[in-house]
Design a protein around this ligand. Structure first.
Ligand code: PEP
Ligand code: MN
Length: 340
């Protein structure tokens, strides 16, 4: 870190700051200017850095402290330059082929789930999505079928040879949910639920971490670091839109974040244009854009009868619309050196 001393700071104050840094066990590299002094501190361990920054900032003689290294380590590309790729059954996320995850917002019944599983498989998807535990803004809306929904998902996926991804909300359910699913999803509302992150970090199934609708990229990557630190290194990041002043769309799908996290992190990136836009008519266009900017996978809400979907009907695609979306994305993937 770099400590910028205040313009009025005295020799004694500079010496005091240098002594603190030395006492913490770090190297001190001062630059004494005519107007102010800047001190470089090297060798600060990650665990202590934030505390030392705050303690130094508390001093009147310190104008500012600048952290040089990022607040996350193991999920960064500095740590691991090669991209991570995750394979689960028929699906690989982070390889040359773009992975398609699709299915209903919420699992409703077996016939509907099976019909959608068969349709998305025929269009090229390898992962069946569906919520059994739904995080709902309103306590009055449908909360999901629970374990019954997990059984339906598993059965439909086994019947069609797809992998399953489903949301986990309660840290106490991790083991039970892992008994049915191939991948765990952390929803936007839980991105900073640290107990849940630590618990899925101990699980043996890959985790897709959705970006908090309020979260900065740095906060999102620090949340991923929580999972990584518990031993689970199979993490995918999912951009699903953030809250902005715009109300025409449900969220603002931040595709610049996709390109940015591909630079900052080695983890594969999934894009969810369904929640990102909230409008079925915008999903295909944003899917093409996501493929163009480097997404490793798409997560799309699909329903046999979108107008009858219990949840998120406005953004659900029909089986035919999903098939058209995949066909439209193929030439875009090819243009950026990928396949679907
Ligand atoms: C979902 O995938 O159905 C979902 C609830 O997503 P999000 O957490 O992004 O709102
Ligand atoms: Mn949904």
């Amino acid at each position: 870190m770099i400590i910028v001393m205040a313009a009025h700071s005295t020799r004694e104050q500079v010496a005091d700051v240098e002594q603190r840094i030395t006492d913490w066990g770090y190297g001190v590299h001062p630059i004494y200017g005519t107007e102010r002094t800047v001190i470089g501190a090297v060798g600060v361990p990650d665990t202590d850095k934030q505390r030392y920054i705050e303690q130094l900032e508390r001093l009147e003689c310190v104008e500012r402290v600048i952290a040089i290294v990022r607040p996350y380590k193991f999920v960064s590309r500095d740590w691991k330059p090669e991209s991570t790729s995750i394979t689960v059954g028929p699906a690989t996320i982070g390889g040359p082929q773009i992975c398609l995850m699709a299915g209903p917002c919420t699992v409703e019944d077996y016939p509907l789930t099976l019909a959608t599983a068969q349709a998305i498989k025929a269009s090229g998807a390898t992962v069946l999505r569906g919520g059994a535990y739904k995080p709902c803004t309103s306590p009055y809306s449908f909360q999901g079928l629970g374990e019954e929904g997990l059984k339906i998902l598993r059965a439909a996926a086994d019947e069609t040879g797809l992998a399953v991804i489903t949301e986990i909300m309660d840290p106490r359910n991790v083991e039970m949910v892992c008994g049915y699913t191939d991948m765990l999803q952390i929803g936007t509302r839980n991105m900073q639920n640290y107990d849940l992150l630590r618990e899925v970090g101990k699980a043996s199934k890959p985790v897709m971490l959705k970006r908090g609708m309020w979260a900065k990229i740095e906060e999102w990557l620090q949340a991923a670091e929580y999972i990584y630190l518990e031993g689970n290194h199979d993490i995918m990041l999912c951009e699903r839109g953030i809250r902005t002043f715009e109300t025409h769309t449900r969220n603002t799908l931040d595709l610049s974040a996709v390109a940015a996290v591909k630079q900052l992190s080695h983890l594969p990136v999934v894009v969810d244009p369904s929640h990102g836009t909230g409008k079925s008519s915008l999903v295909a266009a944003m899917s093409r854009a996501a493929v163009a900017c480097g997404a490793d996978a798409l997560m799309i809400e699909v329903h046999q009868h979108p107008d009858k979907a219990i949840k998120d009907a406005a953004q659900a695609l029909s089986h035919e619309q999903f098939d058209a979306l995949v066909r439209q994305c193929r030439p875009v993937a090819e243009a950026v050196g990928r396949t679907i």
